[in-house]
Design a protein around this ligand. Structure first.
Ligand code: PAF
Length: 282
């Protein structure tokens, strides 16, 4: 497996692979890998010949007072995990490599970033789209895999790819959950056992909402109230948002008629967790 630290080497590696007609797939990550990431890598393997995994904790997508410094990192462990699923290359640049001196260019996706996480994390998506565009430019993939857990991120990246005319297929990867329902996240490591138990209310609320939806409930306010009550009744929880919105625009819907998603962000203690469930009529 190749470990690449510089943009120049990454360009050379990708160009040599593309020159031999190989199809390259990128799985962008911030490291501290878990089964959710590994499932994205397995999907990536199915869609191409060369699997590149980027590991970069991107300072530009963290706001002031957020957990950039604290974000868990373990490169040795990550290397073993990428190798275990047959990864071909890890691209792990440092911040200076990605953001050279005098850097002043950003990529902004407009309307779709103003909803959900964009309200409480106003610069987050600009940081994400900027780094993902740069990772695309460095690795030159045919396809890239993004998890559905970060539903808004996936939609924002799809929009950016369309708007910027990238010739890259964006492949969604389903949410991977712990056996008790908690959506896998590197941030779960911040939770105390008691907080972790409260955090289970997020997935329980989403599954209950899905049951009510499947039983015919279409009123968004009533479905949101169900989720809010279940989560609010747990210790340590503070709701950032619970919304039901259209899957493509992420605009709120009052009565669900087309494909919608319930998306939520909840602080459990000081850890902000996100989760979602798609509500599609059978
Ligand atoms: O989802 C993530 O881990 C990050 O937002 C990403 C896509 C790797 C960009 O830094």
């Amino acid at each position: 497996m190749h470990i690449i630290r510089t943009v120049k080497e990454m360009h050379a590696f990708s160009s040599s692979m593309l020159g031999t007609g190989k199809k390259l797939v990128l799985v962008p990550t911030m490291g501290f890998l878990h089964e959710g990431h590994l499932s994205l890598m397995r999907i990536g393997k199915e869609h191409g010949d060369v699997l590149v995994v980027s590991i970069f904790v991107n300072p530009a997508q963290f706001g002031p007072g957020e957990d950039f410094e604290q974000y868990p990192r373990d490169f040795e462990r990550d290397m073993k995990l990428v190798a275990s699923v047959g990864g071909d290359c890890i691209f792990a640049p440092d911040a200076h490599e990605m953001y050279p001196d005098g850097y002043q260019t950003t990529i902004t996706v407009d309307r779709i970033t103003r909803h959900l996480c964009g309200i409480t994390r106003p610069h987050h998506f600009e940081g994400v789209t900027t780094v993902v565009a740069k990772l695309f430019n460095c690795t030159k993939p045919h396809a890239a895999v993004f998890g559905e857990k970060d539903f808004q991120q996936l939609m924002v990246i799809k929009r950016m790819v369309l708007d910027c005319n990238y010739d890259i297929e964006i492949i969604p990867g389903p949410i991977v959950r712990e056996p008790d329902g908690l959506a896998m996240s590197s941030r779960n490591t911040y939770l105390t056992p008691e907080q972790r138990s409260s955090a289970l209310s997020l997935s329980r609320a989403l599954f209950t909402v899905k049951e009510r939806f499947d039983a015919g409930e279409r009123d968004a306010e009533r479905l949101i109230a169900v989720a809010r009550d279940m989560i609010f009744s747990e210790k340590h929880t503070r709701i950032d948002y619970i919304k039901i919105c259209a899957v493509d625009t992420l605009e709120d819907v009052a009565a669900i008629s087309g494909d919608a998603v319930m998306a939520l962000a909840v602080y459990v203690g000081t850890t902000r967790l996100i989760d979602n469930i798609v509500l599609t009529a059978a």
